[in-house]
Design a protein. Structure first.
Ligand SMILES: NC(=O)c1ccc[n+]([C@@H]2O[C@H](COP(=O)([O-])OP(=O)(O)OC[C@H]3O[C@@H](n4cnc5c(N)ncnc54)[C@H](OP(=O)(O)O)[C@@H]3O)[C@@H](O)[C@H]2O)c1
Length: 282
């Protein structure tokens, strides 16, 4: 099938093709970016500890979302490594000593590929803001490079923390969203059965900035409750996506780790409602 899929394949056409041959494996969410969402039964949670040989690499494991992913994975008994340009985390908590911290830049050289050794699954939390070309590079090119290297090394599963469409903001932050979608498309091609794309809106929780902790939950948590009630408005074109409810960083981390290690977690796009639903499962 990969010969049929060339680099300009869109998400919609891929899922239409995949859906026709593999209906029943993709998680249906309320994302509007797939032409025909495929409704299926959700997988049952497998609550067994992972095999001791499972090793998770978190790309951007010292960032806001990445550090929560590392912590969640350690709690689940995984062997955990992180790769980022600055390497070690500034987090002074005991769990951080149990992460293998690698330093490397996905956009430069190839020595960072050593971090892929023995890795069975990856969660990528690499992304960022800046000029349009920088945003494309960091959200798109850096992740595409990682996805290709991971596929070549035989990594089994790859989870990408992407982002929900945000209506009019898509035009203002064009490099950010173009980069996200380009990385998603590469993931579909290289990991047709081992990919999961998380598309949260605003993620809240305690974000560390230098030595300070910003409690983003003060805004995010009440907003999440309000916007959960405003679901019908989210269908309104352009403005609707701005009403995507925020989601707690611990929920994103929980779903990311499960998607990375649970072999029956269906491949596909998981939108904010999917993230909330999966995170509430035991
Ligand atoms: N926070 C939100 O509200 C939100 C909402 C929706 C989606 N997301 C997405 O979720 C992901 C994580 O967001 P976040 O808020 O946790 O961001 P963050 O705190 O800025 O973390 C980004 C991580 O990527 C690493 N990184 C950046 N460029 C790299 C490169 N070239 N090579 C290796 N590592 C690199 C950074 O570490 P170094 O700087 O040390 O390299 C950092 O660990 C991003 O993709 C973001 O777009 C976030």
């Amino acid at each position: 099938m990969s010969r049929l899929i060339h680099s300009r394949l869109t998400l919609s056409s891929f899922y239409n093709r995949l859906g026709s041959t593999w209906r029943g494996r993709c998680l249906s969410t309320e994302s509007s970016n797939i032409d025909e969402p495929i409704k299926v039964e959700e997988a049952e949670t497998v609550n067994e500890p992972p095999p001791p040989s499972d090793k998770l690499l978190v790309l951007g494991g010292n960032g806001f979302v990445g550090s929560h992913v590392c912590k969640e994975a350690l709690n689940r008994g995984l062997s955990v490594a992180s790769l980022s340009r600055s390497g070690n985390s500034s987090i002074q908590e005991p769990w951080a000593n149990n992460v293998q911290w690698h330093q490397g830049d996905l956009l430069s050289g190839s020595s960072w590929k050593e971090a892929l050794s023995g890795v069975t699954s990856i969660v990528s939390c690499v992304g960022g803001f800046g000029s349009n070309s920088y945003m494309y590079k960091i959200n798109g090119t850096a992740n595409i490079t990682a996805i290709r290297a991971a596929a070549e090394k035989g990594v089994k599963r790859f989870v990408y923390v992407s982002a929900a469409d945000s209506g009019v903001m898509n035009y203002i932050l064009q490099g950010y969203y173009d980069g996200k979608r380009a990385a998603e498309t590469e993931l579909l091609v290289r990991f047709p059965y081992g990919h999961v794309i998380l598309r949260p809106g605003f993620i809240y929780g305690n974000r560390r900035v230098g030595n300070m902790e910003l409690p983003l939950g003060v805004i995010g948590s009440p907003l999440e409750m309000v916007l959960q009630q405003a679901k019908p408005l989210s269908q309104v074109p352009l403005v609707g996506p701005l009403l995507t409810p925020p989601v707690n960083v611990t929920a994103v981390a929980k779903v990311a780790v499960r998607a990375a290690i649970d072999p029956v977690f269906p491949p596909g796009i998981v939108d904010v409602n999917g993230i909330l639903r999966y995170s509430q499962q035991k």
